[in-house]
Ligand binder design. Structure first.
Ligand SMILES: Cc1cc2nc3c(=O)[nH]c(=O)nc-3n(C[C@H](O)[C@H](O)[C@H](O)COP(=O)(O)O)c2cc1C
Length: 282
């Protein structure tokens, strides 16, 4: 069943334009997203500055325009299942991959409803596979990719680190060169300068020389370069298993507990889960 686009008590979409077209290019209306940030980001955030208030320390998840949006969905679900807070940045190009891979047009003004629908999808595109609770969604704060004054653009904003999933080669180049051409790249640069954990799940094949050099630069700067390359030793039988393996390795790199894949325990099994469970052929 398709999850409803319901407005929850945490949903501040009452403040934003309700007549925005369901169109991935709609955010061209306001490249900075300042209106959306003001209306969707700050109303429901926990106190972070008051003495005695518990300080929210999210993971920033940056989604760039490489193929592999199911990896991002699985990482986001894993973080929320582990009780983590998330600050989400979605690049302009990634809206195209999201549209292409899921059919969902991600809109700044309706990010919470679009995120709910997206995260509920399995890697096979089936809606409603992983329902997301209101409590989980309430731990997500969204920043428009054009908003270079967003909280995470400063090193003084408290975060645990950043996970870029998937990372395009353009994003890899931009971060390696310190371009900060949008909020996603700026947060990545800040993460490196603050010596925080940066995981870059690059997705491209084959890789050209410049990208390989940029990846070495990121590694030398302290980032964890984690190619989105699923392994087959964990008994995968479905596309979701392969997606969850990569997402699980991203969460491993962030030291976030999860149960997304079966870990290697030192024993060769001689086949997939299905083969193991199948009755002997006559
Ligand atoms: C459907 C689609 C799939 C793409 N897949 C990849 C990919 O797997 N890896 C990659 O590096 N770029 C890919 N691109 C190209 C990037 O989207 C493009 O380089 C873009 O400028 C990246 O911008 P960003 O890093 O700001 O998100 C893809 C583009 C489209 C439209």
């Amino acid at each position: 069943m398709e999850p409803p686009h319901n407005n929850t008590s945490h949903d501040t979409s009452r403040h934003v334009r309700q007549d925005a077209p369901h169109d991935a290019s709609q955010d061209a209306r306001d490249d900075t997203g300042r209106d959306d940030r003001r209306e969707t980001g700050l109303d429901d955030r926990p106190d972070t500055g008051r003495p005695g208030a518990e300080r929210r320390r999210p993971w920033v998840v940056g989604i760039s325009g490489a193929s592999g949006t199911p990896y991002a969905a699985s990482v986001l679900r894993g973080l929320l299942a582990a009780g983590e807070a998330v600050d989400l940045v979605v690049s302009r190009a990634s809206r195209l991959t999201l549209l292409d891979e899921t059919g969902i047009a991600f809109r700044d003004a309706h990010w919470r409803a679009d995120l709910r629908e997206w995260l509920a999808r399995g890697a096979d595109g089936k809606p409603g596979t992983f329902p997301v609770t209101d409590a989980e969604l309430a731990r997500v704060r969204y920043w428009a990719a054009g908003d270079l004054a967003a909280g995470p653009s400063s090193g003084s904003y408290p975060v645990k680190g950043m996970l870029i999933v998937p990372a395009s080669t353009a994003c890899v180049a931009g971060v390696a060169l310190g371009l900060s051409k949008d909020l996603l790249q700026r947060v990545a640069s800040v993460t490196l300068k603050e010596r925080r954990r940066l995981v870059v799940a690059v997705r491209e094949t084959p890789l050209n020389g410049p990208t390989l050099k940029h990846l070495v630069t990121l590694d030398e700067a302290g980032a964890i370069v984690l190619p989105a390359s699923p392994a087959f030793y964990a008994g995968a039988t479905h596309i979701q298993d392969l997606v969850d393996f990569v997402a699980g390795r991203v969460l491993d790199a962030a030291e976030v507990p999860h149960g997304l894949y079966r870990r290697w325990e030192g024993e060769l099994r001689g086949g997939s889960k299905d083969q193991e469970e199948a009755p002997d052929a006559p």
